[in-house]
Design a protein around this ligand. Structure first.
Ligand code: UDP
Ligand code: MG
Length: 318
């Protein structure tokens, strides 16, 4: 059986079309399927539509959160509830076309445990596209694992990978595409053209997007911490040498570039140097804070989502 996991946050305009296109595509797979829709605290008519979909179609299952917990939490919940031998993750705004899914499933049947989508084109603002490109490149340079470039959450995962994600990766700050890469197994990218949103506004606010990007960086890399060491060293070593030079200069009081220590030294240099150094110290404190904040949240062990109710049949509760 194939499970299709879709996070839904105020997608009332997209839900009927999403269900129709998905059902039409699924008919050609010749395999049983279920659609696991995770309602991430929607406050439009999404819940009503989901209710009627569950009533009319036995393939549809709905997990409803008690409030908005975010896209990554919704995906994780869907993964936890899905029963399929393969689990598909896709967005609810039809940016990931259901008609392409059979190509992904073919690769899965060939034996790949992770088939992830690689975007060839993005129909989004110029600035956003550049930001995405930049982010993925920085991430791939500094992260500990090999996160494929330009691949989002859209993918098919084998049950083996799903079980690893579900049982062996309990972290609360979830960057699912990173966890997926970490899990390993045979992975392959399939190219596709990312469409623009079928209807409605983007549900990812700038703040949420930034949080996601920071999760990607700080959850999969200790490079920023090491940056402190590198910066410290590049500043400390030359300073030390210059310091030694100053001592000698002071003792022997010779002229360098027309200046001898008995003249008054420049105040501006000192002030600039101080601000610069304090800036770096604060930056490094902030970076430390990112990690400590994450430790703080992880250690509390709060659930990263709370389920209000589950609609339709015998979904396992875990
Ligand atoms: N979404 C969610 N919770 C959120 C924000 C978004 O479940 O807090 C869902 C949304 O309904 C959509 C998917 O996540 O199905 C991707 O969101 P969106 O299209 O707004 O972002 P994009 O990835 O296109 O920038
Ligand atoms: Mg979208």
């Amino acid at each position: 059986m194939i499970s299709i996991v879709i996070p839904i946050y105020n997608e009332e305009e997209n839900l009927p079309q999403l269900h129709k296109r998905l059902t039409d595509s699924a008919a050609s797979w010749q395999e049983d399927y279920e659609i696991v829709l995770v309602d991430d605290g929607s406050f439009d008519r999404s819940a009503d539509i989901l209710r009627s979909l569950t009533d009319s179609d036995g393939h549809v299952h709905v997990v409803r959160f008690s409030r908005n917990f975010g896209h990554q939490a919704a995906i994780s919940a869907g993964i936890n509830y899905a029963k399929g031998d393969a689990v598909v993750i896709m967005d609810g705004d039809l940016q990931d076309p259901p008609e392409e899914l059979h190509r992904f499933l073919d690769k899965w049947r060939e034996g790949y445990e992770v088939v992830f989508a690689v975007r060839t084109k993005r129909k989004e603002h110029f600035f956003k596209r550049i930001a995405y490109k930049l982010f993925y490149r920085i991430l791939s340079v500094i992260s500990d694992i090999n996160i494929p470039l330009d691949s989002g959450d859209f993918c098919v995962m084998d049950r083996k990978v799903v079980d690893v994600l579900k049982h062996e990766m309990p972290e609360k700050f979830r960057f699912v595409r990173g966890l997926r890469a970490y899990a390993g197994f045979r992975q392959i990218g399939v190219k596709y053209e990312r469409h623009s949103r079928a209807a409605g506004e983007v549900k990812y606010t700038f703040k949420k997007l930034m949080a996601l990007a920071l999760d990607g960086i700080f959850n999969f890399s200790t490079f920023p911490l090491r940056l402190a060491t590198y910066l410290g060293l590049t500043l400390a070593i030359p300073s030390f040498l210059v310091g030694i030079f100053f001592i000698i200069h002071r003792i022997f009081d010779f002229k360098v570039l027309g200046y001898s220590p008995s003249d008054t030294p420049g105040l501006a240099t000192l002030a600039v140097g101080m601000f610069f150094l304090f800036g770096i110290v604060l930056l490094i404190l902030g970076i430390m804070g990112e990690y400590i904040g994450r430790i703080f949240y992880e250690i509390k062990g709060r659930p990263f989502y709370v389920v209000r109710e589950v609609w339709n049949r015998d979904l396992p509760k875990s």
